[in-house]
Design a protein around this ligand. Structure first.
Ligand code: SAM
Length: 226
């Protein structure tokens, strides 16, 4: 079956670290569309080169997507087929693409999902905490005062909370979780998921803080906190 139809927008998930996670369907769609909208054309260019895919790329990121969305939708209406990818994982999940998808839907363009890796679902599926109902908060504020206020506003939330965090702030954010949500709060920390140095722990927050502090390498990489 030909995966790609003219005039359709394909939102394609790419690996969050392990290249083997690019699905056969994603490869076939990326090879079959006329152009691929990518958050960073160099990053996606390397991924595509690895799979021998030579589809032309167009840069679509936070700074140009509002302006570019209309032209891309016009191209779709003329019969182009486009894929949307981000640097890693699922587009629009703390990544660009919202303006394009919204504009495409508003213009009556069919938007097709090619699902796959996403750090939120990867982490939820291994955390051992309730997953029946969760709140994806995304990145916490970078300044400690605002971060503590945000955590405080979530104190009474019954749903499982999911956060993204970077290496620069992981230690401070975990310290704020201990302080605001309490040392006994069960906390999952997953780092470098699907990559060579993948590690994760679920324990009371103060234990996770000690675990993190026990090895300076543990502050490196990409993190999900639950
Ligand atoms: N769109 C991506 C997705 O589907 O997960 C998320 C993009 S967001 C800009 C990047 C953040 O996602 C990182 O700072 C980290 O919090 C999380 N993340 C991405 N890859 C990860 C990985 N391999 N392990 C742990 N967290 C990851």
């Amino acid at each position: 079956m030909n995966e790609v139809q003219p005039g359709q927008l394909y939102v394609v998930a790419t690996p969050i670290g392990n290249l083997a996670d690019l699905s056969p369907r994603a490869q076939s769609v990326l090879a079959g569309v006329t152009r691929i909208c990518a958050e960073d054309t160099r990053t996606s260019g390397s991924l595509l080169a690895h799979f021998g895919i030579r589809t032309p790329l167009v840069a679509l990121h936070d700074h140009n997507e509002d302006g570019l969305a209309e032209a891309l939708v016009a191209a779709l209406k003329k019969g182009e087929s486009l894929a949307l990818v981000s640097d890693a994982g699922t587009p629009l999940i703390s990544d660009p693409g919202f303006a394009l998808v919204r504009a495409a839907r508003a213009a009556g363009v069919t938007v097709i999902t090619v699902p796959g890796p996403c750090a939120v679902t990867a982490a939820l599926s291994i955390c051992g905490l309730p997953t029946d109902s969760f709140l994806f908060v995304g990145f916490l504020p970078s300044k400690s005062g605002a971060r503590k206020d945000k955590l405080d506003s979530l104190k009474g939330e019954a749903r499982t909370l999911v956060f993204y965090e970077s290496s620069h702030r992981i230690a401070d954010s975990v310290a704020d979780v201990v302080e605001v949500l309490g040392a006994a709060r069960l906390l999952f920390l997953g780092r470098e998921l699907t990559k060579r140095f993948e590690e994760s722990i679920t324990a009371p927050a103060d234990q996770v803080q000690r675990w993190l502090g026990a090895d300076s390498n543990r502050e490196r990489g990409e993190f999900v906190l639950i």
